[in-house]
Design a binder for this molecule. Sequence first.
Ligand SMILES: [Zn+2]
Length: 213
Amino acid sequence: MKRINLEQLLENNSEWIRDKLEKNPDYFTELSKGQSPGFLMIGCSDSRVPLTSLIKAEAGDIFIHRNIANQVNLNDMNMMSVLEYSVEYLHIKHIIVVGHYGCGGVAAAVDGVNQGLIESWVSPVFELYHQNIEELSAIQDKDKMCDRLSEINAIAQAHNIIKSPVMQRAYKSGKYPKVYAWVFDIYTGKLIPQNLNEKELIKKGLLPEDYEI
Ligand SMILES: [Zn+2]
């Protein structure tokens, strides 16, 4: 695969500006007025998962948070402030956790790596691996097993968003964004929606009774 070099970054930027202005001379005047994105996406930092380009989104469409293995940790001030800002100030309509197949963070959680920080960061995935060991150990192919764990991880992180104080406050107020988990299939480019089992979450009182599934 051909890689972009440093000089090209700035050249591409000039080209992008030209393209935008050709189509709309007021593009940047409009862009600078403020944002009202409809979506918050939480994705992995992996360079092969370009959240905006893979859905052909434009500047202003998506509020984004990324970290290794798309983690949603209720003690993570960074993630929680992104969530609070999107829900309470931007009033976004949809929150999507985007996991992906071939995730190095997920593989690191299974294999263990000699990097203390990463191991701590992905320890919730390690926990998910053990919680689901029966299903996962039945998958012979190691990559396929990790890909299934990526799905389980995306679903678990979407559940963490639902459990967050910000979202629980929003559910009580009756005005809230919907939460989804998707997985980016790196082998085909497809985004695959996952089942969050909302009925179960409604039963547990984590989602409002009239939540539309
Ligand atoms: Zn990843």
